[in-house]
Design a protein around this ligand. Structure first.
Ligand code: AMP
Ligand code: MG
Length: 392
């Protein structure tokens, strides 16, 4: 059985960034990854800008100035100031070439056209120089950046309307299990409500992957083979929930063999999620996620997200990891590495009660996972531990 780190490395090694790129409007580009460098076609700010509401001055020794006019944000007037002259000016307005400082209005008093300043400001005070942020032809954003609201705002400020991004993966979510029925129908004996499919779709959406289709399958080998074969022709990534363990009706592994999917690994020395499967065929990646809901989600965060991110050109797709001080003790049983549902706040992390892989309740309250490596057996209160921050 391989270690968590080996599994992470194998996912990294075996996933490739798609060759397909598309042009999208920047308002549709959130969470896409840039497939090309973005070069600024303008200089920003495009002119010397006032950083304050106040007065633009042509400095002289004296503390009094003659006000000769007004410039509002958006105006294109360029009055000429002689030494000792001032114009009323507002934040964002163009500072005339003949002004060499802006004084904030709080430091002035006005009597008709006579302006008195408490002190003469230093040269260039409160003037944003032309090109302070970026110059025409400079690199604005580098290929490989995942576009955040700030990145999109920045591009808008440069007048950019479209960008080249990597296509996002098309993801199929396949749930397996005769026991699963959809919420909204009466619960009959022996059945449970299907939850992994809904949960995975939400987790995908949260990470910005919206091209998703869900299929619910019974534990039927032939049906499974037929369906997965069909899906593998249309989808980039196929997430299979359940049916990957050693039970007589766990058909996912067998179906993968039948379809000649190349197994990259099966089984990881971890809890939850030991029977995790990862394989690929042609351009399609297959994850067999153990069906216990907490295992499914834990594996999704640790292995699926990085693969999806890499597919769309983001090399930094793993969830953020930090160190925090444990507020409680924990004794690990067995030699597998463990991902523990926990709550993180202000540098401290609390391991929650109810770590069984069948329990989603605990996961629903968690905002972090504490990671205990294989070789570690206990966590003692106040000890520094590794914490994976969940997207919340
Ligand atoms: P399996 O991996 O198929 O052996 O399933 C392990 C456990 O997870 C069983 O108790 C299943 O009933 C449960 N399970 C599997 N798939 C789902 C699902 N989609 N929603 C909720 N529970 C599931
Ligand atoms: Mg099952």
């Amino acid at each position: 059985m391989i270690s968590v780190q080996q599994a992470i490395n194998l996912v990294q090694e075996h996933t490739r960034t798609t060759q397909k790129t598309i042009w999208v409007k920047i308002q549709d580009a959130l969470d896409f990854v840039l497939a090309e460098d973005v070069i600024s076609t303008i200089t920003m700010p495009p002119f010397r800008q006032s950083a304050m509401d106040g007065y633009a001055l042509h400095l002289h020794q004296n503390n009094t100035y003659k006000i000769i006019g007004e410039i509002q944000a958006g105006d294109d007037s360029q009055p000429t100031l002689q030494q000792g002259e001032a114009v009323r000016i507002f934040t964002g307005a163009p500072v005339p070439q003949t002004a060499n400082a802006v004084i904030m209005q709080e430091k002035t008093s006005v009597n008709d056209t006579l302006l008195t300043v408490t002190d003469n400001p230093a040269i260039n005070t409160n003037i944003r120089p032309k090109g302070e942020q970026i110059k025409q032809g400079d690199l604005a954003l580098q290929k490989g950046i995942k576009l955040t609201p700030a990145a999109i705002g920045f591009m808008a400020s440069l007048g950019i309307t479209k960008v080249a991004v990597y296509k996002k993966p098309k993801v199929a979510v396949v749930t397996t299990g005769n026991e699963l029925i959809p919420p909204g129908t009466p619960l009959t004996y022996g059945k449970i409500y299907e939850s992994n499919g809904t949960m995975l779709v939400s987790a995908l959406q949260k990470a910005g992957f919206n091209d998703v289709q869900t299929v619910n399958l019974a534990d039927d080998y032939l049906q499974m083979v037929t369906l997965i074969k069909e899906l593998s022709l249309q989808f980039d990534v196929i997430l299979l929930s359940g049916g990957i363990s050693v039970g007589d009706y766990d058909f996912v592994g067998k179906a993968m063999n039948e379809l000649q999917v190349q197994q990259v690994f099966y089984k990881v020395k971890q809890k939850p999620g030991k029977p995790l499967y990862f394989g690929k065929k042609d351009q399609t990646y297959f994850f067999g996620l153990p069906g216990n809901p907490a295992s499914t989600l834990s594996c999704f965060y640790s292995y699926v997200i990085p693969a999806l991110e890499r597919f769309q050109g983001n090399e930094n797709g793993r969830l953020p990891k930090i160190e925090a001080q444990a507020t409680n003790d924990f004794v690990k049983k067995g030699s597998r590495a463990q991902f523990l549902k926990a709550t993180y706040k202000n540098g401290e992390v609390t391991i929650l009660e109810g770590q069984a892989s069948s329990m989603l309740h605990t996961f629903a309250l968690a905002n972090a996972l504490v990671f205990i490596p294989e070789e570690q057996t206990t966590i003692t209160k106040k000890q520094m531990v590794k914490v994976i921050c969940l997207p919340v």
